[in-house]
Design a protein around this ligand. Structure first.
Ligand code: BV8
Ligand code: ZN
Length: 277
């Protein structure tokens, strides 16, 4: 069982910072890393799935049966997330991913906040090298259901570009300008395969990591949830940052009970000073 630490115990912070310093780190994040940016999680109280089951919305079958309902949900999420900003956890991760430290961000999230943080910290020029691996795609990209057409929906414009005018319940369904078929959100639905190249890169990062820093995930969705398990199997240290216990407790060496925006800067931020108790 992990050594559980409520909040920022200075001794544990020193130990974890030593494990991270000089080692290679894979930061594996879920919806919890964006909670303090105002993005609802999936399975918690007030969560995104609360009024629906995942199978009702995030599956190819749901889209085939009721594309209006699925688009309504994604348009609502897009307009909500477009108003959210990266929080201190996203920024601390982006700083380490772009300052030459060996830190790779692997995220299950589709909210684009890790990429926004990377742009904020490094500027557009260096985003490519430090871009997070987005295992489940992006809320702000549409793709055609029939050809290879894709279209980025820049978050700030997402509220308007949809033709929904920020009202998540209106607007005709988007069609491909190239072949006329319906567009869909470029996210990975349940029962759909993840991008092989993205998953291979994520598994490689996990296999060679000294530390897997797990932030804000219930650890129930596969194959993403294999990431910390791979680091553990290769002898790396898994650190779980979460206010509650998760399905990853069997592989975590530390469980730091706290929130992402509070804990992650303490573990990564060179300038972080432990507040005088
Ligand atoms: C596939 C994109 C095969 C869409 C998402 C039985 C066993 C094992 C696997 C399966 C099974 N039955 C079915 C499967 C496979 C299935 C799966 O894993 N199902 C689960 C539910 C059992 N997986 C799939 O279908 C995957 N594909 O297997 O394909 C295949 C192969 C070849 C060919 C064809 C097919 C695809 C899975 C991807 C699904 N898409 N998202 C969208 O977003 O709309 S998953 C969705 O869940 C999000 O990506 C989300 O990130 C992800 C995981 O959830 P979490 O991020 O963990 O969020 P959650 O709310 O659960 O937890 C938040 C945590 O944060 C909590 O612990 C909370 O305590 C904590 N927290 C809260 N506040 C804070 C905080 N932490 C820190 N700070 C805070 N402030
Ligand atoms: Zn098309």
């Amino acid at each position: 069982m992990p050594s559980r630490t409520d909040g920022l115990d200075p001794g544990v912070v020193v130990e974890v910072r030593q494990a991270i310093e000089g080692g290679s780190v894979v930061a594996f994040t879920g919806a919890g890393v964006s909670a303090e940016s105002g993005v609802p999680t999936f399975r918690g109280p007030g969560g995104l799935w609360r009024n629906h089951r995942p199978e009702d919305l995030a599956t190819p079958g749901a889209f085939a049966r009721d594309p209006e309902l699925v688009w309504e949900w994604y348009r609502w999420r897009r307009s909500l997330v477009a108003r959210c900003q990266p929080n201190a956890a996203h920024l601390a991760l982006a700083t380490r991913a772009t300052d030459g430290s060996r830190l790779t961000v692997v995220t299950q999230n589709v909210d684009g906040l890790h990429t926004q943080a990377t742009r904020a910290v490094a500027g557009d020029g260096r985003v490519e090298r430090a871009s997070p691996l987005e295992l489940h795609g992006s809320l702000f990209r549409d793709r055609c259901t029939a050809c290879t057409y894709q279209e980025e929906r820049v978050p700030s414009a997402a509220v308007d570009a949809d033709g929904a005018g920020g009202d998540p319940h209106s607007g005709p369904l988007p069609v491909c300008p190239s072949c006329g078929h319906m567009l869909r959100p470029d996210v990975v639905w349940f029962g759909e395969a993840l991008s092989r190249s993205t998953l291979d890169a994520a598994f490689e990062a996990a296999a060679t990591a000294d530390v897997c820093l797990v932030i804000g995930t219930s650890g129930v969705v596969f194959p993403a949830a294999q990431i910390p398990m791979i680091t553990h199997e290769r002898g790396g240290t898994v650190i779980d940052v979460n206010p509650t216990t998760t399905a990853l407790r069997s592989v975590a060496r530390y469980h730091i009970v706290g929130t992402a925006a509070e804990v992650v800067p303490a573990l990564l931020d060179a300038g972080w000073e432990h507040p005088v108790a």
